[in-house]
Design a protein around this ligand. Sequence first.
Ligand code: ZN
Ligand code: MN
Length: 511
Amino acid sequence: MAIEKFRVVIGCEIHCQLTTKTKAFCACENRYGGIPNTRVCPVCLGLPGAMPRVSKGYVEMGAIAGKALHCDIAHFTKFDRKHYFYPDLAKGYQITQYDIPLCTNGYIDIPYRHLSEESLKGGKYYYDKTFEGKNSVIDNKYKRIRVERIHLEEDVGKSLHLEGKHSYIDYNRCGTPLIEIVTKPDMNSPEEAALFMQSAQEILRYVNVTNGNLEEGNMRCDANINLTVWEDGKEYHTPISEIKNLNSFRAIKDACSYEITRQLKEFEEDRQEFSPYFKNTMNWDEVSGTTNIMRTKDSLLDYRFVVEPDIKPFTVSDEFIQKAADQVGELPEPKRERFKKEYNLSDFDAETLTSTRALALWFEQTAAKSKNVKKAANWILAELLGVLNAKNQTIEEIDLTPDHIAELVNAVEDGTISGKQAKEVFAQMVETNEMPSVIIKEKGMEQVTDTGAIESVVNEVITENPQAVKDFKGGKTHVVGWMMGQVMKKSHGKANPKLATELIQKKLKEL
Ligand code: ZN
Ligand code: MN
């Protein structure tokens, strides 16, 4: 008996917190952290008699997310109660959407260029080279990961287990508006799963529905993973592991890789058949680098879903859906392609300049005012992003404007200052936020580009150096360079070098 080949199958459920002002169904502020249990009210604590109300912007943001992920938006939908008991959910049920989710039938195309050679070929995770997935490959550049549904639901509180003795509960997070993105099992390697999460984060940040901050738990991924194994002409399926709450790309990769090895080993030791409902719920222990079984289900759990009686089912109009679609705007991948074509940028530069929508907009505003777009891009990529990095700031947090960079680029293009002087101006501009034109005046950097002024200096130099003129006439052309040096000396380095050289050559030839 020998394993001939196996295929990894991964589907993801991503919980993503939205940035509405208030929590999903009450007026409590929707914000991360804070002193435990200070942002709670009878509604999010589920006290008797409290009435939920759908917060402003919640359904809108859900629809924008749905449109950004190419989903159909339901014209009629509702909220449901999902009953289960857990201390971090005081009500004893979660308000969610069961059989009519707001969004269905979408997808994200994940870019191949971010996958390793091994993952692309299937590598160690994909021994079946002939398998044709149901999900398609686009232009040989993307793999389409289908999104089955996106529904709205509230987040739960947080349990804190301290000193191994006491458990505490913080309900500040309870009732935070979430969307849950459920994919089809279209991912076939741990890298693809991590890349899906990364792409989802980028898109949802682009359309401003989430902060997408993984460290703060804004986005958490549950990965469902199992293997299809072929042995002696027979096909087996290992039981699905649902790895809960993966909150970094690394964790997704590592946890899935660990599960592949573990499931293969378990299969080799014990080839038993499982019911299709058999599922291990696991958590990922980052410290030991292992998954641990939290619970095992051998049947579908009964959550006793009922329609939420306190919130009326509602209709969603075409206008509402159109408005959501209008909010989506240009997504990161199409923007990248356009930047490459329109501004003649390299793959890498286009990638960096479109990493956030704000940076992309900043660049385009700079480009529109710059006489040399390529140089404008270089200033942002090589200098400005370095400053942001050092100060740990985003483009939205700085006081410099696209006008600053454009003015600097144009000063060099016009020959007002040299490239070297531009670096000096940039350094001061970062410190003081003064406009380049102001700094150039202040430092007396302006090159003299007035032909008349340069001409009189050139004339002086020629009159004062008859021997040099004789040498030039005798064929010693290097005299031009020497005279250029004299002109720069007399003008204290301010003469525009290109203009000065031209004038010297012209005058000498005329003599
Ligand atoms: Zn509340
Ligand atoms: Mn959920």
